[in-house]
Design a protein around this ligand. Structure first.
Ligand code: G3P
Length: 228
C-alpha cells in the first residue's frame, strides 16, 4: 500500500482523547480536515481500536506496532495478519516510546511486507536513521524524532533543524527511495512549513493535535503548513 505525500501522520498513542469512541471522533475530524485542505492524513491508532476506526473513516489507518510473529503460540503479541484483517494498511515500528532493536525491526519489516503494509520506522538519532536506511528490506518512511522533544512545547524544526537536514541527507545518500518524516513538539503551521523546507515530506504529530482545544483546527493548521 502506497500513501501519498505530503502527509500528516497523527499518532493517537494511548491518549484518553484518542481511545475507543473518542478515537472515532478524532478520526472523523481528521478526515474532514484532510478533505477541506486537500492534504493526506494517516491515523496511527491503538491495535484494539483499529477495526472501529478503519470502519468509520476512509483515511489510511496504521498500527502503532506489530510483532514479527506468525499464527500460533504468541500470547500478547500483535499478529500482522490480525491487524490487516482489522483494516490496517500500514504500521509504525520502533517508536521512541516502544523502541526495538535492529534485528526486531528487520524481521517486522519482512512480516509487514508480506501483508503489503506501508512501513514507517522511527529513528531516535542520526546513527539509527542510517542503520535503518541501510537495512536490506527498506521501510517507506523513516520518522526522525529526538526523544527529548516529544510531547514538549518546542518543535523539532525549531530546536534541532540540523538533525532534520543531516538525517535527510544521510538517509537519501543511502536509500534515495525512503521518504523522511519528522515529529516531536510540532504544533503550528509554521513548524510544519519549516519541516518541509528542511527536506521532509511530512509530519508525525500527537500532543499538538490531541491536546489542542480544537483538534480539527490544529490539524487544518498543520495541513496548510504541509501544502505545496
Ligand atoms: O509519534 C509522534 C510523536 O512521538 C510526537 O509526539 O506529542 O511531540 O507530537 P508529540
Amino acid at each position: 500500500m502506497k500513501v501519498s505525500t505530503p502527509i500528516l501522520f497523527i499518532n493517537f498513542k494511548t491518549y484518553e482523547q484518542a481511545t475507543g469512541q473518542k478515537a472515532v471522533l478524532l478520526a472523523k475530524a481528521a478526515e474532514e480536515a484532510s478533505k477541506e485542505v486537500g492534504v493526506s492524513v494517516a491515523l496511527v491508532v491503538q491495535a484494539v481500536d483499529l477495526r472501529l476506526v478503519a470502519n468509520s473513516v476512509s483515511l489510511p489507518v496504521f498500527a502503532q506496532h506489530i510483532d514479527p510473529v506468525n499464527y500460533g503460540s504468541n500470547t500478547g503479541h500483535i499478529l500482522p495478519e490480525a491487524i490487516k484483517e482489522a483494516g490496517a494498511v500500514g504500521t509504525v515500528l520502533s517508536h521512541a516510546e516502544n523502541k526495538q532493536d535492529n534485528e526486531f525491526i528487520e524481521a517486522a519489516i519482512v512480516r509487514a511486507r508480506e501483508q503489503d503494509f506501508a512501513v514507517m520506522v522511527c529513528a531516535e538519532d542520526l546513527e539509527r536513521a542510517k542503520q535503518i536506511a541501510g537495512m536490506q528490506n527498506k521501510p517507506d518512511f523513516i520518522a526522525v524524532e529526538p526523544p527529548e522533544l516529544i510531547g514538549g512545547d518546542v518543535s523539532v524544526s525549531t530546536a534541532r533543524p540540523e538533525f532534520i537536514t543531516d538525517s535527510v541527507s544521510a538517509i537519501k545518500e543511502i536509500s534515495p527511495e525512503i521518504d523522511v518524516i519528522t515529529g516531536a513538539g510540532v504544533k503550528s503551521k509554521a513548524d510544519a512549513r519549516k519541516a518541509v523546507e528542511l527536506g521532509t515530506v511530512g509530519l508525525f504529530v500527537a500532543s499538538g493535535i490531541i491536546k489542542a482545544a480544537d483538534s480539527k483546527q490544529a490539524i487544518i493548521g498543520l495541513l496548510n503548513g504541509l501544502k505545496k
